[in-house]
Design a protein around this ligand. Structure first.
Ligand SMILES: C[S@@+](CC[C@H](N)C(=O)[O-])C[C@H]1O[C@@H](n2cnc3c(N)ncnc32)[C@H](O)[C@@H]1O
Length: 231
């Protein structure tokens, strides 16, 4: 399958499930303290970082539930998603926040401007061979010293989902080893800060991985260095 056809299938699938996804998954994090802990740690890194006032992109935001959680934690967040129907649901649910249609494979965001990137189960449909250019996009748009948090399905297999949230879909899901994610992020210039791998919960079929990584500070200007202050 070419990259174009994989994105087309993912977009069409999420367009079909958007409303029911939002209804069924909306409160999921209320019962997942470890997931919330990683998100809270990311938010604290963003707020405490030198670029604390910069915006954070929730890439593959779906119905915007994580964008809204970040906003509730004092992080200036906006969402980007491949699926226009997901973006429509997000805009309806959180009219005070900004959501745009776009792909993390080619972001319409300037270099080095973001205070953080969140990819919460949104890289799971990208084949492992497609991850290096996606992570390069994350690194490109992050400010020096800024953090990225990637949540994913841990494992080493590809599964095909044909039914989800009450609809027929055509969704490849790539479970990937946490060491591979860490290595690919490092290859893009995002160094691992911390990781969490937790056991499957409820009807989940695989462990969940969470990897927090950071772009190197700019040592020439001091931008993004812990403790550095503007002159
Ligand atoms: C499992 S959902 C997760 C949504 C949201 N992060 C959440 O946790 O509720 C995956 C989302 O990633 C989006 N997505 C997949 N590939 C994408 C890409 N290349 N660019 C932007 N969004 C993408 C899908 O449209 C879908 O909304």
């Amino acid at each position: 399958m070419t990259e174009t056809s994989y994105l087309t299938a993912v977009r069409a699938s999420y367009d079909a499930v958007a409303v029911d996804y939002a209804r069924l998954v909306g409160r999921e994090l209320d019962h997942r303290p470890l997931d919330r802990a990683m998100l809270a740690a990311f938010a604290e890194c963003v707020r405490g970082g030198e670029g604390g006032g910069r915006a954070v992109a929730d890439l593959g935001c779906g119905p915007g539930r994580l964008t809204a959680r970040l906003d509730g934690m004092g992080v200036r967040a906006f969402g980007v998603d491949l699926s226009p129907a997901m973006v429509a649901v997000a805009r309806r649910s959180y009219p005070g926040l900004r959501f745009e249609v776009g792909s993390m494979t080619a972001l319409d965001i300037a270099d080095g401007v973001l205070g953080g990137v969140l990819a919460w189960h949104s890289t799971i449909h990208t084949p492992p061979a497609g991850l290096p250019p996606v992570f390069a996009e994350f690194a490109r748009v992050l400010a020096p010293g800024a953090h990225a948090l990637v949540a994913f399905e841990a494992g080493d297999e590809r599964v095909r989902v044909e039914q989800a949230y009450g609809h027929p879909v055509d969704l490849p899901v790539h479970r990937v080893p946490p060491d591979l994610v860490a290595g690919l992020l490092a290859g893009a210039g995002l160094t691992e800060v911390a990781r969490l791998v937790r056991a499957p919960d409820g009807d989940e079929e695989s462990p969940r991985g969470f990897l927090l990584a950071r772009k190197a500070p700019d040592t020439a200007t001091g931008a993004g260095e812990a403790g550095a202050r503007p002159a």
